[in-house]
Design a protein around this ligand. Sequence first.
Ligand code: DGT
Ligand code: CA
Ligand code: CA
Length: 367
Amino acid sequence: MQNRVVILADFDYFFAQCEELRNPILKDKPIVVGVYSGRTEISGAVSTSNYIARKYGVKSGMPIFLAIRKLEGTEAVFFPVDHEYYEEISDRIMQIFRNYASDMEQVSIDEAYLDVTEQVQGSFEKAKNYAEEIKTEVKKQVSISFTIGVGPNKLVAKIACDSQKPDGLTIITPDEIGCFLSPLPVDRLLGVGKKINAKMDSMGIITIDDLAKVDIQKLIAIFGQNLGLYFYNAARGIDNEPVRESGEAGSIGRMGTLKEDTRDISVIMAKIKEQIEDIYNEFITKNMSFRLVGISAVMTDLSGKSRSKTLDKPAKGKETIYKGARELFEKYLTETERPIRRVGVKIGSFVKEEPRQKQITSFFQSS
Ligand code: DGT
Ligand code: CA
Ligand code: CA
């Protein structure tokens, strides 16, 4: 079998970079984005900050008053989190990613895996140019920088990505996995949180190489069958999890900008119809039915709304998506007077005809 080529893209200092994008004049100043609890003007926590603010010691999760103290005497600017705006930018980038990958799995608002095996014919050399091309295209269209990790699977791509930020590009070929992983601390592996890290520490397991030297029976005895086996493989950079579109959200959706702002249902549905074609092509490969149809709309002031409906029984047809989306848009248009700029449609609540394969992430729920 040909080896896979998997990319993980992680947007740099994402919320703060979005604020830079909308206020370019602030680019050279420390920028902090925070969740304000509202009790006092400065109570709350730092969500993220740009790299200039990080130089002064600002970190995610830190109380805002502490960030203010660290940035005293600078021209630092503070923003409240504007999730809708960040999501809008994230959606635009994810949409571009889709054109570059056979499969894309969005992990969070600022992270996605891309399976590009076919696009680069399994070649890591080609993957380097390809990754650069994606970065350039996103910079051109959205002006956001991000970091890419490339590896033969998701596990290696993720650790590669984390190893050099911001605006990084790290490629780990199958031959390099051993040297790359060995010296890293075990908590760089997904699934090694505080508790497990402490446990491993007490067993003298500090690096991934230490972990790779532990007997599989011992790992299973200590961490259980699933997790033990996972650690055994992870320490060797083995991971067969596919890049799958439905991801955590368990839905397939598309979002796009209308040619012009409108409230005309036929214009909206023409766009939605294109998106349904796309969604449907992806959906039929899954051997599943869906129970949910949803729409979203972004208005001219960039405010956004979503609506969805649950079907009486699981469905498989394109027409059902179209009919459901049309119903939802018709109803939605009676609720607002503003023109719509962007529209999207999704299906979800999948019911599979065969039992689902257990996903790695389900092992971690108890840790
Ligand atoms: P990076 O990737 O190191 O350049 O920086 P970010 O800011 O993109 O960090 P990342 O990828 O860990 O997180 C993505 C977004 O999630 C980030 O822009 C804000 C949010 N976030 C991260 N950590 C925290 C946190 O501790 N609290 C809150 N409220 N939000 C967070
Ligand atoms: Ca990030
Ligand atoms: Ca991230």
